[in-house]
Design a protein around this ligand. Structure first.
Ligand code: GLV
Ligand code: MN
Ligand code: MN
Length: 440
């Protein structure tokens, strides 16, 4: 059942999907390294992609501005005098990446949002034919936000961009440091932002109609089911820790085993314990993604080890109970090995449940792309984190997942097909129309 407005738009949607794919390629070339994709918060690459995406927004007749936290915000007002306080439906995702990233995580959602604006905008009645001659035909303005930091690659704390938009910024984040020891405050200033004004990025609930995001699944469920699109029911809660294990650095040849306090072996046992404990739980997932030994010499028993822990859960209470079990197990492991350990929590975000109304409109958007009488679309919980985790604090969140072949993501082999992007653009546009019609 094709939706009302887009029934005759097959060609435009196909062109839109091809443009999304070509732009994903173009943005992939904006990278800190020549042999991989890496684009982190407040970097020169961040500034370059914001400039490119701002041009694409202006071509659509949107206004484009970089907010006080480096997010790029495009807006298409309704007819009449532009009113910056008139409620807007926000579409979007993020343009930052993990190290050695794929080219679609986040990026495809921003570019699809721009295509939805292109499909839905109408010429301004008194338009002069130039790029500013378009308005939103809906009972609300349309915004596209390209969030500046979802991954947390540079400062360890994820969702910095969307936290600023949601008014969740915390002053204790200013002292977070990157791998070169630069603080978040210093990076703000270097990027040309004023730390004292970060609060200006915050949006009020009254300004927002809701938030809709399209994103690749980052797991194999849709690929395994042979389905292109899914409705998202909720986004996992997350906590991230930096763990330090302390033992004693000593001679690798001269120190008998019973005299060793090897921090790397304690950390390795800890990583295995995280896997064992989380495997026994439904929908709680723990990952040790980084492990460093010091002093890091081949002939020295490691005296200190640093490891990261990323812990997610469908429900905050289960995730926190699992963290309690991990803490008890680490006490036992380190006690047996004569080691000390401590944890610093660098990120915490509660689970976010997608708003029932927005789940419904996303479902109807997907149904509009299916053959008549097809099965109801699948609904999935997202173990991957998304900007909606913070935006959920100021407005309702709805998400649409796209099939991700082999479920591979956070890897250069990440992919999505042009055909699925076309279905996704159409479903997202229909979702917006459905929301507009529900709001009268
Ligand atoms: C981001 O993609 C995350 O889930 O950590
Ligand atoms: Mn993402
Ligand atoms: Mn990601």
């Amino acid at each position: 059942m094709a939706g009302p407005l887009l029934v005759a738009e097959g060609d435009r949607v196909a062109v839109a999907a091809r443009r999304v794919m070509a732009r994903c390629d173009e943005l992939a070339r904006v990278s800190a390294t020549s042999d991989a994709i890496e684009r982190v918060y407040l970097s020169a690459e961040h500034a370059r992609v914001n400039r490119l995406a701002a041009e694409w927004m202006r071509e659509l007749g949107m206004t484009a501005r970089q907010d006080a936290a480096g997010n790029l915000v495009g807006r298409l007002d309704t007819a009449g005098a532009p009113d910056p306080d008139a409620p807007a439906l926000v579409l979007g995702s993020h343009l930052d990446t993990v190290p050695d990233a794929g080219r679609y995580d986040g990026i495809v959602g921003v570019l699809m949002a721009l295509e939805v604006v292109r499909l839905l905008r109408v010429p301004r009645a008194d338009g002069d034919g130039d790029g500013r001659g378009f308005v939103s035909p809906l009972p609300f303005a349309l915004e596209v936000i390209a969030f500046s930091d979802e991954e947390g690659t540079r400062f360890g704390k994820a969702l910095l961009g969307s936290s600023a938009v949601a008014g969740l910024w915390r002053d204790d984040w200013w002292t977070l440091t990157d791998a070169d020891g630069m603080t978040l405050r210093e990076a703000f200033v270097e990027f040309g932002l004023d730390p004292a004004r970060v609060g200006e990025a915050a949006r009020r609930p009254a300004e927002l109609v809701g938030y809709l995001e399209a994103h690749i699944e980052q797991g194999p469920e849709l690929d395994d089911r042979g389905e292109p699109l899914a409705v998202v029911s909720s986004i996992a809660s997350a906590r991230r820790f930096q763990l330090v294990v302390t033992g004693e650095a000593r001679h690798a040849g001269g120190t008998p085993y019973d005299r060793r306090r090897d921090a790397l072996l304690g950390a390795s046992e800890a990583a295995l314990a995280v896997e064992r404990i989380c495997r026994a739980e439904h929908h709680v997932i723990g990952t040790v993604g980084r492990l460093e030994a010091y002093p890091g010499a081949v002939n020295v028993v490691p005296g200190e080890a640093h490891l990261s822990l990323d812990l997610r859960g469908e429900l905050d209470e289960r995730r926190d109970a699992v963290w309690g079990s991990i803490e008890a197990e680490l006490d036992a492991i380190m006690g047996r090995r004569g080691l000390r350990w401590q944890a610093r929590e660098v990120h915490s975000a509660p689970a976010v449940f997608c708003a029932p109304l927005l789940q419904d409109v996303v479902r109807e958007g997907i149904v509009s792309t299916l053959p008549r009488g097809g099965d109801a679309p699948t609904t999935l919980f997202s173990p991957a984190g998304h900007d909606g985790m913070s935006i959920g604090a100021v407005t309702g969140v709805g998400m649409l997942f796209l099939r991700n072949p082999d479920g591979i993501s956070h890897h250069p082999g990440e992919s999505v097909s042009t055909a699925d992007v076309a279905l996704g653009v159409r479903a997202l546009a229909e979702s917006v129309l459905q929301l507009a019609s529900d709001r009268g």
